[in-house]
Design a protein around this ligand. Structure first.
Ligand code: ATP
Length: 503
């Protein structure tokens, strides 16, 4: 298959807002792709080179741009192989190998192909919503129910592998995907509830737990080998030694646990989220390193050889209590105690509570209503699109943020407002440095960035406005914190923001 077919399909996806049309375009391409090139087609169209990030920045690429060629001649396989060479290059001579390989690719590409490669390599094409559309397209092309495809994707974590299995081995091959120790799966997510009462009445039998304001962790243990992953499935085992030791000390041979981790102050209250997150990196700050992280587990997906993903929460909770005892998040069965759990959670400095259906299986990667979150304060997660240079005391700092909501149809983020409130001097300095590292272009007054940073915004609601493309504007928006544990695909959608419109 020619690479230009992928580029044309990508342009067609961008030109329509109809989910149905996007799925049809992708499904047609998947049917036409040969077995060997199918994984690359899936990867390219969900914005990821098959080899993951290839470590070449925007500037380097811009310098290498040559050509363009008149007629398309490159195949998908040729592009995939070349990107593989670039990604795998290391050691002496690797810079030359990378630049020469990329230059050779560019020379053979048409202008549209170059543009696509540029956006693919710089990560601009990566939009999480595309993954959902690709799952449906694989289902349509292989004539397998979308639920089966989604499940295999969640368990493998890889769409190209899932696509290939569906197209070549059908439903049976997909069913072979199992929870594997040492391979993280996408976490189950929650939906917001208006009130505790609404949440509790929605489930026949519910478990009410603290909603702790830390960072999500997934731990896998097999024998003495332990791995710890973040919400976005990044492995952080090396930076959280105390969690590894603790999991190794649990009385079991193999286990997969889902939970939240945070550090506490001397009087037992949660420390700020940023401090927990900074432990996840390879920081040189000794003070941060000394913060002791504690785990609060709330789910058990596997125990001693038994896969529990499809077991009801009641059963998973029994397994959890058996294996993680004192490290289980505080919680009780509703309804009698629901109010009490919420009050205790707030009094202890946490965000609110989670109300979970005791009959529900673990729906990896899904944001359903089996888990409902009740949070008294209102915040949403938006994508940073650009920032304006500040004035007065903030001259020289990137300050006023342009904020975008996610397009549920997979298009680029939709701008819904701006804010310069809620920023400390430290945060301003961080923004100024970081934004210029992910800059795409600039004007006299603003630096535009790759849409990948997620920021949590507290607000009083939204109002109708013609100022921004979303047709609404945020009211009294202020920055609460950045969410390095989230990707743009996890940000709130324009529909969520519309839901905040004041009547
Ligand atoms: N008891 C709990 N059960 C499940 N998740 C919990 C619990 N306590 C804290 N959490 C955290 O809350 C999150 C669940 O809320 P949600 O699915 O909406 O994710 P989110 O988008 O990260 O939410 P938020 O921005 O409110 O943290 C989990 O990802 C986890 O990090």
């Amino acid at each position: 298959m020619l690479f230009t077919a992928v580029v044309t399909a990508s342009a067609e996806l961008a030109a329509t807002r109809s989910r149905k049309a996007k799925i049809a375009t992708l499904a047609a391409l998947l049917r036409a792709a040969g077995e060997l090139e199918l994984p690359a087609v899936v990867a390219f169209l969900t914005g990821q080179p098959t080899q993951g990030r290839i470590g070449t920045g925007w500037r380097t690429l811009a310098e290498l741009k040559a050509g363009p060629a008149g007629d398309p001649s490159l195949t998908v396989a040729e592009v995939d192989t070349a990107l593989g060479t670039v990604g795998a290059a290391s050691g002496s001579g690797s810079v030359t190998l990378r630049t020469e390989t990329l230059r050779a690719l560019f020379t053979r590409m048409t202008a549209a192909e170059q543009e696509f490669l540029f956006r693919l390599v710089t990560g601009e094409l990566r939009q999480g919503a595309l993954e959902g559309i690709m799952v449906d397209a694989i289902a349509a092309a292989s004539e397998i129910p979308a639920e089966d495809v989604r499940r295999a994707f969640m368990l493998s974590g890889q769409l190209p592998v899932t696509g290939l299995a569906a197209m070549t081995g059908g439903k049976e091959r997909l069913a072979e995907f199992k929870l594997a120790l040492g391979r993280p799966i996408r976490p189950m997510l929650a939906s917001p509830a208006e009130s505790l009462e609404e949440a509790v009445t929605e489930h026949a039998e519910a478990l009410v737990e603290y909603k702790m304001d830390g960072a999500r962790i997934q731990v896998h243990r097999e024998g003495d080998e332990v791995h710890v992953y973040t919400r976005t499935l990044r492995e952080i085992t090396g930076s959280v030694g105390e969690l590894v030791d603790l999991v190794r000390s649990l009385l079991c041979t193999s286990v997969v646990l889902d939970g939240e981790t945070l550090a506490l102050t001397d009087d037992g209250r949660p420390r700020p989220f940023q401090e927990t997150m900074s432990r996840f990196g390879s920081t040189r700050d000794e003070q941060v390193k000394e913060l002791l992280l504690r785990p609060y587990f709330f789910d058990c997906l596997h125990l001693d050889g038994a896969d529990l993903l499809d077991a009801p929460l009641s059963e998973r909770n029994t397994a959890l209590r058996k294996v993680a005892g004192e490290h289980v998040i505080p919680g009780e069965i509703a309804p009698a105690s629901a109010e009490r759990v919420l009050e205790a959670a707030m009094a202890a400095g946490h965000e609110g509570v989670m109300v979970k259906d005791l009959a529900s299986p673990y729906a990896a990667g899904r944001r359903g209503r089996a888990w409902l979150k009740v949070k008294p304060a209102h915040t949403i997660d938006l994508i940073v699109l650009a920032a304006e240079w500040g004035h007065g005391r903030r001259t020289g700092s990137l300050s006023n943020l342009h904020l975008g909501a996610r397009d549920p149809e997979g298009g680029p983020p939709i701008m819904v407002g701006k804010t310069f409130k809620g920023m400390t001097d430290e945060l301003l300095a961080w923004q100024t440095k970081t934004f210029q590292e992910i800059e795409t272009h600039r004007t006299d007054w603003a630096v535009h960035v790759r849409p990948e940073l997620v920021v949590e915004i507290e607000l009083d609601g939204a109002q109708v406005s013609t100022r921004y493309p979303g047709g609404l504007a945020l009211r009294f928006a202020r920055v609460v914190r950045y969410r390095p544990d989230k990707e743009a695909a996890d940000a709130d959608t324009i529909d969520t923001v519309r839901g905040l419109l004041k009547p």
